[in-house]
Design a protein around this ligand. Structure first.
Ligand code: UTP
Length: 473
């Protein structure tokens, strides 16, 4: 045991963390250093403030309960094409997006650091087999889309993948074992998000996960901004002439990766942050919605709305809370740089959860009472960047085609609904190409065979692709 640095001892005492003082005083030097390294990354004043407002239930900076009443349907919106002139506008946006892709001005970020607790899969979610016929994983679906886009536009289109402590090593090993699914290894960049500590809800003390370890969890998809900065990736993108970062989550295999139309609208409107939304199926659907509040674009979570509010219409009769968030965005890289320059971290959100902890008797305890969670867990959300942008754009996507995430073990947004969507889309593409496949057959089209129905039709007609090469069962 070595002497505790005076400054650290003072901070820990001041912010009422006696368990950390005791742990540090009793640990052998190597473990003391390990715990000290973790403690030195903690912003104690901020955490104290968050804990105090959480337990006193006074409104914090992130809980403005009056927002739903001030919300308006989003203003700057491109809806799905409903007329010939709309279709022309979409086709033009597609051409502009393709130019940006060809010019090497676009990179892709997949956020793949979550814990996937609802799905209950024991590996990183990207390794989940989602192909309705084959065992093609989520990562492979994205890799093949990216390879196909690179081939189509003869452009580099770098792929960034954000992992967490829990998913990093296994994700990298998986890509290596699969030879990067045919992508050039140097064109795929893995980087890790940060962590935030869990707080004892009763005392405000940071929980320990072991004798020399804080109980840490990934800092949410909003950790992306600082993780990109810390890995030097914002500077690298700017140096390499990348202006637009296409963002998507690892759980939606039908996201159109680097969607030219979405990127094109983003460029044409000089947006700093563009979001793809889909129309909610009903006011009670559990989906965050994009709205305007006091002149800013924001997201309101379904849990913030009463059923009456969720069904609310404005003076013109328009449904206010229709624009469901798909978590598909395009970021202007200069805007990301601006977010880091301001040093303004995205706000922290709190959730009460049960977290295993190393108690004062040196035993790992696992609280399980769902009615009295022992801990406050902290996360940042990427959509909190929306109100920080001065120019945002909302583009309505085709829900059936683009938004079929795998969140839950069963029911809504599960592997079954997502696989059914991949099968349905494949049937539709084949039908448009003039092939009618019996409805009881299950079909899977690789993105390397076609990225869209037009490509499928062209390749089948030209004999570049044979129907028997498409996997069916
Ligand atoms: P979710 O909000 O669905 O969280 O993540 P999750 O951890 O994957 O799943 P649950 O809530 O525990 O069931 C949405 C996306 O954000 C990423 C996930 O990998 C997923 O792509 N994410 C989430 C991160 O990259 N880091 C995080 O800290 C949280």
């Amino acid at each position: 045991m070595s002497q505790l640095p005076h400054e650290i001892a003072h901070t820990l005492t001041h912010f009422q963390q006696p368990q950390l003082v005791l742990a540090l005083q009793t640990l052998p030097p190597e473990q003391q250093r390990q715990l000290l390294d973790q403690i030195q990354t903690v912003d104690f004043p901020m955490l104290r403030g968050i804990w105090q407002s959480a337990v006193s239930e006074t409104p914090s900076a992130t809980s403005d309960t009056d927002r739903p009443a001030r919300a308006r349907a989003p203003g700057n919106v491109v809806r799905q094409p409903g007329s010939t002139s709309d279709a022309e506008e979409w086709a033009n946006a597609g051409r502009v997006g393709e130019q940006a892709l060809r010019a090497g001005a676009v990179a892709i970020i997949t956020v793949a650091g979550g814990q996937g607790t609802r799905l209950g899969f024991e590996h990183p979610k990207g390794m989940f087999p989602i192909g309705p016929v084959t065992d093609r994983t989520l990562f492979q679906v994205f890799a093949e889309q990216i390879l196909a886009r690179r081939n189509r536009y003869q452009a580099a289109i770098p792929w960034l993948i954000m992992t967490s402590d829990a998913t990093h090593a296994e994700t990298v090993t998986f890509f290596r074992a699969n030879r990067f699914f045919g992508l050039d290894e140097t064109s795929v960049v893995f980087f890790q998000q940060g962590n935030l500590p869990a707080i004892d809800a009763a005392t405000g003390e940071l929980l320990l996960a072991g004798p020399a370890d804080l109980a840490l969890s990934p800092d949410g998809h909003g950790g992306l901004v600082m993780a990109l900065q810390n890995a030097g990736l914002i500077a690298r993108m700017q140096h390499d002439g990348i202006q637009h970062l296409f963002y998507h989550q690892v759980d939606n295999p039908t996201a159109i990766i680097a969607d030219p139309a979405l990127i094109g609208f983003h460029c044409l409107r000089q947006s700093q942050l563009t979001t793809c939304v889909v129309c909610k199926t009903s006011p009670t659907e559990r989906m965050g919605v994009l709205v305007d509040v006091d002149g800013h674009t924001e997201i309101i979570e379904y849990s913030e709305l009463t059923p009456e509010q969720a069904a609310g219409h404005d003076e013109s009769g328009q449904w206010i809370f229709w624009a469901g968030n798909t978590a598909i965005h395009v970021f202007d890289v200069a805007f990301l740089h601006h977010l880091t320059q301001k040093g303004s971290q995205l706000p922290i959100h709190v959730a009460r959860k049960n977290v295993a902890f190393f108690n004062s008797a040196g035993v790992l305890e696992q609280p399980s009472d769902p009615g009295r969670p022992n801990a406050i867990k902290l996360e940042r959300f990427i959509f909190d960047a929306l109100p920080l942008a001065t120019r945002t754009l909302i583009v309505e996507g085709d829900r059936q085609r683009e938004f079929n995430p795998v969140k839950n073990k069963s029911g809504n947004d599960s592997a079954a609904t997502s696989q059914a969507a991949l099968n349905r889309i494949a049937h539709q593409w084949l039908q448009t190409a003039g092939y009618s496949i019996p409805s009881d057959r299950i079909v899977e089209i690789s993105p390397l065979q076609a990225l869209d129905h037009m490509e499928l039709q062209q390749r089948l007609t030209a004999g570049i692709l044979n129907l028997n090469e498409i996997r069916m069962k």
